[in-house]
Ligand binder design. Structure first.
Ligand code: AMP
Ligand code: ZN
Length: 457
């Protein structure tokens, strides 16, 4: 398998640190509000990646954080804490307890979204605020090694102490040229320096530096190291995490442990745009998975739509395209059900191709084309098609194995019988009319070698 590694900017042959075991970290949501469908792309991508690894015989240990403290409205330590913003929006008092209640509410909704999208749950989903002790220990380590300094509002990481700071971002310093940010916090030594700990009088945790809260970046480093080790295989997130969040995770982890690389493969999904702009929780049009349901678009049709593009391609949301995927997915389901009951053997030629496509940096568009080719292939028996589709679906996760046989109403069965009689009498005009009538009632009939198959459209 080859995956595009943001660290080396090329597709690389994948190998794991431990044989046949993958340790993987997925940056999770900031739970101050519902996830939008753009966020959910990050988790569909991570799911396809995990499933692909498992399909290729790896055991995957996947950890995901739930950010419930420390993520400021700007990724770069400016603005207010997003969770505080959430509490204010909902008219709640600013306490750690209320913050947890808020976090649990949105985390629960998030998990429901994952379930509806047929995303396999990570082994652990960790609330960041449960690991403040680990954050503090990591900051202390950095302090002892001379990487930190104190300002009026927190403890900062000094990026000039790390020669290869910004390697994920092409070896460049992030804001060095414009220096724009330095003006906003004049005590910073370098514009890219970032907070490891922020002081806060109103809400926070005890620390050797006073009450406050950990920076968002240190949380992911501390949880990653605790559960996956000082070096692990894969780290995922959206592309917005490259210049700041993941760049800083690398800096503080590698400087604290002295081990390089912190992570071997950094993998990032492109955005879902809407109206030409990135879909965001804080601005513009915001669509939840629930919003799709109100237009009769199922969560799996959204998954299917995303899989038609490679995860590294930007996609622009529009309703027509989504409606098209809903129809196409239903058609696929209908064709699958039309294959009859017996499940045969996985077709080896198709499986080899599928492995090749999905193993080429998760080429889901090609894998889906292969699925359509398989369905149309007259040389393959229905039973073998069924087995092969179920095999592909271990990765695609479109829910074929959970499809239930449709209960066919008596009225439809009668029309089907009448059509069979018309065909027997070679009255094809009548038989066609009956087919149209059956379709108009929401059912589809297919003449297969195993007989007529009826399914819901
Ligand atoms: P957040 O809840 O803001 O911390 O983001 C959760 C995940 O969604 C991160 O991996 C982001 O990079 C990703 N993300 C945010 N906006 C989008 C978008 N419009 N399209 C795709 N991924 C996104
Ligand atoms: Zn993170």
């Amino acid at each position: 398998m080859k995956f595009y590694n943001t660290l080396t900017k090329q597709k690389e042959e994948f190998s794991s640190i431990e044989p046949k075991k993958v340790r993987m970290y997925t940056c999770g949501p900031t739970v101050y509000y519902y996830a939008h469908i753009g966020n959910l792309r990050a988790y569909i991508f991570a799911d396809i990646l995990c499933r692909t690894l498992k399909y290729n015989g790896f055991k995957v240990k996947q950890i995901m954080n739930i950010t419930d403290i420390g993520h400021l409205t700007s990724d770069a330590d400016l603005g207010e804490d997003k969770m505080t913003k959430g509490l204010l929006r909902e008219g709640k008092k600013l306490t750690l307890k209320n913050m947890r209640v808020l976090a649990e509410f949105y985390a629960k909704n998030f998990k429901m979204d994952l379930k509806n999208l047929n995303i396999e749950m990570p082994q652990k989903m960790l609330f960041a605020s449960d690991y403040v002790k680990e954050d503090i220990a990591l900051i202390k380590k950095l302090q002892q090694k001379g990487y930190t300094y104190k300002t009026n509002d927190g403890i900062y990481f000094n990026v000039s102490k790390m020669p290869d700071y910004g390697i994920l971002w092409g070896g460049k310093r992030v804001w060095g040229e414009s220096g724009a940010r330095i003006a906003e916090n004049s005590e910073k030594k370098n514009p890219e320096d970032f907070a490891l700990w922020k002081f806060d009088q109103k809400i926070g945790f005890k620390s050797p530096w006073g009450i406050g809260f950990p920076g968002w970046h240190i949380e992911c480093s501390a949880m990653g190291i605790k559960f996956l080790g000082e070096q692990f295989d894969i780290h995922t997130g959206g592309i917005d995490h490259i210049p700041v969040h993941h760049t800083n995770e690398i800096a503080q982890s590698e400087c604290a442990t002295g081990k390089k690389p912190f992570v071997r493969f950094w993998m990032h999904n492109e955005f879902v745009d809407i109206g030409g702009e990135k879909m965001a929780k804080s601005s513009g049009e915001f669509l939840r998975l629930e919003s799709l349901k109100s237009k009769n678009i199922s969560p799996l049709a959204y998954r299917f739509w995303l899989l038609m593009a490679n995860y590294r391609t930007k996609v622009n949301f529009n309703w027509e395209a989504l409606e098209g995927s809903e129809i196409a997915l239903k058609r696929l389901y209908g064709l699958y059900k039309g294959l009859g009951k017996p499940i045969g053997k996985i077709n080896n030629d198709y499986q080899v191709k599928f492995k090749e496509y999905i193993g080429d940096d998760l080429d889901t568009p090609l894998a889906l084309t292969l699925l359509w080719d398989l369905i149309k292939d007259e040389k393959i028996s229905n039973a073998d098609k069924k087995a092969t589709i179920l095999d592909f679906d271990k990765v695609l996760g479109l829910g074929f194995k959970d499809l239930k046989e449709d209960k066919i109403p008596k009225e439809i069965n009668k029309l089907v019988e009448a059509r069979a009689l018309a065909r027997k009498n070679k009255d094809f005009k009548k038989s066609d009319e009956l087919r149209v009538q059956i379709n108009s009632l929401g059912y589809e009939i297919k003449d297969t070698p195993l007989g007529v198959v009826i399914s819901k459209i």
